[in-house]
Design a protein. Structure first.
Length: 406
């Protein structure tokens, strides 16, 4: 059982590493193709092509051409850019399961907001990703598809509503993460259900000698544009779990909404630049104003967690395990000066990652993290600034073993 805990920790690390790698690949190819598409030159003899571009990289020269529908003859080798997106979503879902579903007691459910069983929180987490995509897809397939600006505004409203709704149930950290997961689900579903199938229809028509319908390309382009504007906010939301200033305030859902607006202003600048439509410096001013608002909102009242909250059933075994009183004293003496509602450590204004270790329920709820970071490793306290002794670390290990053996 102890080895399983170590394997779970390394599995989380490995999946997180994979998620970052695949995310880089997806975001990199997405940004490249958006820049390429907007920067195509349409002068000269292009034949059936819509535009072309010459590029240099790594000592070589590249000549790229874009066809609005497809070339007259299908090339023998055709590369499909889809696995970057699929792999990013799949690894992200695996990480969601490992961290927020398996660790729902600590990271997902906020008992002060909603009295839910852990399975109910996990069910809401999974269902929200599906329902959110379906609502978005219906909006895109309605007549609003011909009014992209109105559609984008409605998408923004949907994201704000989702953020607010998540915040009524989940911890601030989980709210941010789930809003990012929902957005990433929309982006990947766009690729899987719309963009790639539409492109395959065009390829099939071409191979059959039929004239492909240009509307499939237009539909795919609309979804691709949405993905382009959603990318930067998703990255912010995925990183937010490391910064309590972003998630541990009652205004966290408004902060998330402002981040989506910053994603629009930043991408609008680069899209305009790549399309040679000027240099809209005003977007940087707008982004700066939005960022200042985010900083100001982050200084608002912190999310309070009841110090008297009863431990969840899964945490009781750690309270009842032999050695808990000793471990609680160790944690209160070595860890709680930082992991407190109002940290005592000079220069620290909020508990790291929003984790408090001031009550029996909080210590028991964080048992796995305490075991891994202060028992099996010396990650905590940082640089051992509170002088945790080897005997105290051994006591933590013995307590955790006893809890798992019962």
């Amino acid at each position: 059982m102890l080895e399983l805990v170590i394997l779970e920790a390394w599995a989380e690390f490995a999946v997180r590493w994979l998620h970052v790698i695949t995310g880089i690949a997806w975001i990199g190819s997405s940004f490249y193709f958006i820049a390429l598409d907007l920067g195509l030159r349409r002068d000269g003899d292009l034949g059936d092509a819509d535009g072309e571009e010459w590029q240099v990289h790594g000592g070589g020269f590249y000549h790229l051409r874009k066809y609005l529908v497809a070339p007259k003859e299908m090339p023998e080798h055709l590369i499909w850019f889809k696995w970057e997106s699929y792999s990013t979503w799949l690894s992200g879902m695996a990480l969601l399961v490992l961290v927020y579903w398996m660790g729902a007691e600590l990271y997902l459910i906020d008992a002060n907001k909603a009295d839910l069983a852990l399975w109910q929180g996990v069910l809401i987490s999974a269902a929200s990703l599906t329902v959110g995509w379906l609502v978005y897809d219906v909006l895109c397939k309605s007549g609003l598809g011909a009014r992209p600006t109105v559609l984008m505004l409605l998408l923004f409203v949907l994201l704000v509503v989702m953020g607010w709704a998540y915040n009524q149930i989940f911890t601030g950290r989980a709210m941010m993460l789930h809003l990012g997961a929902f957005t990433a689900t929309v982006m990947t579903a766009n690729v899987f259900f719309i963009i790639i199938p539409n492109q395959k229809i065009v390829v099939a028509d071409l191979k059959a000698g039929r004239v492909p319908d240009a509307r499939y390309g237009k539909i795919a382009k609309l979804r691709s544009t949405h993905n382009n504007y959603l990318t930067l906010p998703v990255i912010f939301l995925m990183l937010s779990n490391h910064y309590p200033l972003a998630f541990a305030t009652q205004w966290n859902w408004i902060i998330a909404a402002l981040v989506f607006l910053m994603g629009v202003t930043i991408r609008h600048y680069f899209n305009s630049l790549h399309a040679r439509k000027g240099n809209p410096h005003w977007t940087w001013g707008a982004t700066a104003v939005l960022f200042v608002l985010v900083v100001w909102l982050s200084t608002g009242p912190r999310l309070e967690m009841s110090a008297e909250a009863a431990p969840r059933p899964g945490a009781m075994r750690f309270i009842e395990a032999e050695g808990f009183e000793e471990v609680a004293d160790i944690v209160l003496g070595r860890c709680s000066m930082c992991h407190a509602q109002e940290p005592f450590w000079e220069g620290m204004h909020w508990p790291p990652k929003g984790i408090r270790l001031e009550t029996e329920a909080q210590i028991a709820g964080a048992a796995k993290a305490i075991y891994l970071q202060a028992g099996r490793s010396q990650a905590m306290p940082p640089a051992n600034l509170s002088w945790m002794e080897p005997e105290e670390r051994q006591a933590i290990v013995a307590w955790y073993r006893d809890a798992l053996s019962n």
